[in-house]
Write a protein that binds this ligand. Sequence first.
Ligand code: ATP
Ligand code: LTN
Length: 348
Amino acid sequence: MDLESKNQAGPSVKKTVFSGVQPSGILHLGNYLGALAQWVEMQSKYHCIFCVVDYHAITVKQKPEELSRRILDVVKIYLASGINPEKAVIFRQSDVKAHVELAWILNCAAARMADLNKMTQFKEKGANKESVSVGLFDYPVLMAADILLYNTDLVPVGEDQVQHVELTRTLASRFNRDYGQVFKIPAVAVRKQGARIMGLDDPTKKMSKSASSPANYIALTDTPEAAAKKIKRAVTDSGKEIKFDQNKKPAIANLLTIYSLLSGLSFKELEEKYRGQGPAYAGASAGKYGEFKNDLAEEVRKFLVEFQIKYRGFTDDEVREILQDGADRVRPIAQETLNKVKNKLGIN
Ligand code: ATP
Ligand code: LTN
């Protein structure tokens, strides 16, 4: 498919969507339900550009051999999730140099220390670390550059990234005001359900690939048996009712969210299904919530089996080709925006 019909401004009126994932660890069900599943829905409707943000990953120390492996694996995860390179562009951030160039320009011409000091992710990721890279502090500016290079309309992300998209809007407006109109102001797209999947071991913290214990997440590459074990051991709330109540039953609300998104059943249907089930029903061996957890594990098993068959079906060479093709397609768009920016600054 030619880029003209996919991503460039022109006769087409399709909106542009941009998003990315860091190749910094094992992707989990939270990444899939919060971000990737939304991307798949969007690719038929919009001009979609999905990036593997390797320059973001190096804001914390990575093992070089592992990083190069993970870059390819993240693309395989995109593909197994249902992203179709015929419909959406997939590329690697470091293959398009305009990203770092624009990030530097935004650092100087738009971003303020006070903006970045407000970012919570930096504080969380930097907490309890002896030394933190300047890159980790500056990381939202690189994310803004990613988004702004492509005249992006919509940025589909999980809830934790909303603050960064808001910052992107601030930087774009400030640059436009101070140097003249260049950037389109993007909007964030967050799913109503699934935007913040919580850790299985702690429903007060988001499921995270950088969590200290693997009991926190279901990796997309976990065996169904390992995933079932994690679900059985997942923290639950007091009481025995299966009811969606975010405040009183955050752990069950989280499990219900995962169940609902994977099965297509609504909370109401699920509540109905398990009404009246408690210790007496589930039996001593299954424990309270036992039946519910068994069924959820079965939903997760079905999802993982299907996902992993697809995941294993792609070769590294295929992925390298997709990445090269993707970078070749988006480079001219990025360069055009960068040229406009440099013109405004008098450095072209
Ligand atoms: P982590 O904290 O797991 O290391 P991250 O959020 O820093 O991950 P990515 O893995 O690059 O970084 O995130 C990819 C996408 O997945 C982003 O859109 C992010 O908002 C989304 N996401 C990450 N964790 C969750 C979650 N627990 N629930 C829903 N969406 C999530
Ligand atoms: N910061 C994001 C990853 C990311 C991104 C982007 C997401 C980098 N650039 C552009 C959307 C659009 C994260 O940590 N999840």
